[in-house]
Design a protein around this ligand. Structure first.
Ligand code: NI
Length: 174
């Protein structure tokens, strides 16, 4: 098992627009496994490739910490095609350790992605999956959840935010 270093807020890779994945090859398959291992070791429910140093459009999501029977999934070139409603939920991020805040986002989404067999899918999502996907796709566009907080939420986290060092951290293998 190999666990990758997670980049933290202040690292310039987190502000870049990630490039589309053009094919599935050994590198992508290895990265998919490493991203899943790293996310699980870090107790995360989602991880985007830029968070581990690769500016490409690829995500890992594992909802098993909150939904029984959920399996780790990898989404290549994910794209939201439709949004509905709005809701507020608390979010955190492995790149912004120990900071949690309420974020408003669309409640339901339709999204397209490619899987590791290079097959295309279009899927409807609500609940946690919709939430995590939107958070992770923001990473691919160079954005972190703390950028879109309202004033009250921003002031609640400002002290903790200043303490985060931009040199990253590596979760311990379980
Ligand atoms: Ni995040």
């Amino acid at each position: 098992m190999s666990i990758l270093k997670i980049r933290t807020i202040g690292d310039p890779i987190l502000t870049k627009i990630a490039k589309p994945v053009e094919e599935i090859n050994d590198f992508i398959l290895k990265l998919a496994t490493e991203m899943i291992d790293t996310m699980i070791a870090g107790d995360g429910i989602g991880l985007a490739a830029p968070q581990v140093g690769y500016s490409i459009r690829m995500l890992a999501i594992d909802l098993s910490l909150i939904e029984k029977d959920a399996l780790p999934m990898v989404y290549i070139n994910p794209e939201i095609t439709k949004t509905e409603g709005e809701c507020e939920m608390e979010e955190g991020c492995l790149s912004v350790p120990e900071v949690f805040a309420n974020v408003k986002r669309p409640e339901k989404i339709t999204f397209a992605y490619t899987d590791l067999d290079w097959k295309k899918h279009s899927v409807f999502a609500d609940g946690y999956l919709a939430r995590v996907l939107q958070h992770e796709i923001d990473h691919l566009n160079g954005h972190l959840f703390v950028e879109q907080l309202d004033k009250t939420e921003k002031s609640k986290i400002s002290k903790k935010l200043k303490k985060i060092k931009p040199d990253g951290w590596t979760p311990k293998s379980k």
